[in-house]
Write a protein of this length. Structure first.
Length: 338
């Protein structure tokens, strides 16, 4: 009697599948039922750990050969950007993707990693779950409280594995994400912490956070949030935001810049579109570096300082560049990396 797909998945997680069976399982992991299965398995392991029924050996670290095997099954896409992008006066150098050098910290089985999945799940020894996207990918994640997070490319969130219904809900963000937070019956706090220690506290609302190296920008779509910002300008009282307001905090610690924006333009990336409203080309190129992993530079300051208004499709980097070619009247040419 042939095994059903869930039985095959169980065998796959125990490394008992044939090559043909493993391919069937990995294809199934692309589907919604497959992802639900992976989430369920992760939940079971978390519960076993909470009940002290799951023993974790600190020496159970993948060998180099096993690590290669796992990495080969995580994705069928190249991790590093394959080419330069240059224009007669523009050149772009692909930014290298940092390797998975922290695998030695992983103390349990990796549940939820399958070929082609845009979201990587890792359960680390410090009892936190990390979910991340690769360059150019967008993924929607449902948190244990049913709040949703839409991650932009090259972004990640982490939260405690023992998330419960009584304590503060806390999520750490690196990169950019749109949060839609569920209000709980007991008014649980929901806090987002960025890499530069900015704290965003909410009860139930929707907001966009972009925490990159140069600055962190918070845009409130609906509801109300409170910002706790480190530095001399907000030592005592937090900053309360209203819908449609944007707060930008630069890395140099200057006074935060607050102004009114169109939230739909800021969150348009969730619909695979980039909307520009009098935006400097320099800022657009910096955004492409953050999301797609390409650094674009030119000696022509007129191009970099030019401001544009319009929109382009962001389903892929090629489509973004095609739209920018039409707006800027330039040509981008892909060439191999030297």
């Amino acid at each position: 009697m042939p095994l059903d797909i869930k039985q095959l998945a169980d065998r796959y997680l125990k490394n008992l599948c044939t090559q043909e069976e493993a391919k069937l399982v990995l294809d199934w992991f692309h589907t919604t039922p497959g992802m639900d299965y992976l989430n369920a398995q992760l939940g079971k392991d978390i519960q076993l750990l909470e009940n002290n029924k799951l023993f974790i050996s600190p020496v159970n670290v993948p060998s180099a050969g096993m690590l290669d095997h796992i990495l080969n099954n995580i994705t069928d896409k190249p991790v590093a950007a394959p080419a330069k992008i240059i224009e007669p006066s523009l050149k772009a150098v692909p930014q290298a993707v940092s390797g998975l050098k922290t695998w030695y910290k992983i103390a349990v089985a990796i549940i939820g990693i399958a070929a082609g999945l845009s979201v990587t799940y890792m359960w680390l020894a410090d009892r936190r779950i990390i979910r991340s996207t690769q360059y150019g990918e967008i993924a929607r994640i449902i948190l244990p409280d049913s709040s949703s997070v839409t991650l932009n490319g090259n972004s990640s969130i982490s939260y405690a594995a023992d998330w419960n219904n009584t304590g503060t809900r806390e999520v750490e963000l690196k990169g950019e994400a749109l949060f839609s937070v569920k209000h709980t019956y007991n008014n649980q706090k929901f806090i987002v912490k960025t890499a530069d220690t900015i704290l965003i506290e909410v009860l139930g609302t929707e907001f966009n956070v972009s925490g990159r190296k140069r600055q962190t920008q918070v845009v409130l779509v609906s509801g109300k949030i409170s910002l706790s910002i480190p530095g001399k300008h907000f030592k005592n009282a937090p900053l309360i935001m209203a819908p449609g307001e944007s707060v930008a905090i630069t890395a140099d610690g200057e006074r935060p810049y607050m102004h009114v924006v169109d939230p739909s333009a800021i969150t348009s990336w969730t619909d695979n579109k980039l909307v520009f409203e009098n935006t400097r080309v320099r800022e657009i190129f910096e955004h492409l570096k953050d999301v797609y992993g390409y650094q674009i530079s030119t000696s022509d300051s007129k191009i970099m300082d030019q401001r544009i208004t319009g929109s382009v499709s962001s389903k892929s980097l090629d489509m973004v560049l095609e739209g920018l070619e039409a707006i800027l009247d330039v040509n981008f040419t892909k060439r191999p990396t030297r």
